[in-house]
Design a protein around this ligand. Sequence first.
Ligand SMILES: Nc1ncnc2c1ncn2[C@@H]1O[C@H](COP(=O)(O)OP(=O)(O)OP(=O)(O)O)[C@@H](O)[C@H]1O
Ligand SMILES: [Mg+2]
Length: 339
Amino acid sequence: MNEAIDIASLPSTSPGQVVLRVENLVTELRTTRGVVRAVDNVSFDLRAGETLGLVGESGSGKSLTCLSILRLLPEGIGRVAGGRVTCDGVDLVSLDEDAMRQYRGRRVSIILQDPMTSLNPVLTIGDQVGEGVRLYRGLKGKPLRDKIVDLLRRMRIPAPETRVDAYPHEMSGGMRQRVGGAIAVSGTPAVLIADEPTTALDATVQAQYLALLRDVQRREGLAILFVTHDFGIVANMCDRVAVMYAGRIVELAPVRELFDTPAHPYTEALLRSVPDLDVDVERLYSIEGQPPALHALPKGCAFAPRCPVAHGKCLAEPPPMFETGPGQRAACWKHEKNG
Ligand SMILES: Nc1ncnc2c1ncn2[C@@H]1O[C@H](COP(=O)(O)OP(=O)(O)OP(=O)(O)O)[C@@H](O)[C@H]1O
Ligand SMILES: [Mg+2]
């Protein structure tokens, strides 16, 4: 299957073109309580140059969605059980491992939530950032080293000329997170998946980091899937937002509409639960009640037990997605008349 894909010869993407299409993605996890669906029929498009935010309470399936796209699920525990993930017209779900490796980093990059697990402890920062530059930008020798130092500098790593020879354990958590960012943009990806990439950064560095991502995005037409808990970042970075609850996308909306006219009661609750957009709060949601356990999902809408407007049908039958406005969809029975 490898020979069939010549990634290097693929045309660059044009603005607005769909570069990643996720359709009915299902990810199963093997747990002590049996097999559960941690990602349940997730679908969205990602267009060149746009940023799609992915929000939702802890445990809603954001990271597993990201990991499923690149098939980086924990071995023996998670598996993609259904759906398609199309990039460059190729279904990543059905690729063999060798072919998949060509896509990772090269066409679809990821910044992992935990920067320590994404770095190799026995390789220098320069080696790790340099791999993508060498492979995909074709540089070597001094131009290669210069490019690596340049990437580190742009990621606001202090003293990049010396840090390039450092090992991950010699750096702070925040620095490692920025190195993760440098690695992710070191190749020439069409899609960047960023899973809470700024949690270990202070406010100033975070702002610089986000500005850098936007800069790379503008120049290279990168499509970004951006996981965050922070609605300030959503407002700042995202064009559209997908809201996840118990493994499903319950609302998908342009960012303005999400803030102004949220269509799902869960989105409303999330927005209400943010105390102050300017305050840096960790794990900030405080919606009453708990998300359901995946092995004991309610029969109807998973949010119904916590929903202020739930009625009989909500408890009986899971709602499909309803179109609620231009580019806005929500899985809530209150929109049934629109369906
Ligand atoms: N390695 C694993 N083994 C078992 N269960 C897991 C594993 N990783 C995730 N899960 C479970 O899958 C569900 C979704 O997890 P996921 O990490 O995608 O959540 P998340 O939305 O990224 O949360 P957070 O905001 O805390 O990062 C949770 O119920 C979680 O407990
Ligand atoms: Mg996560």
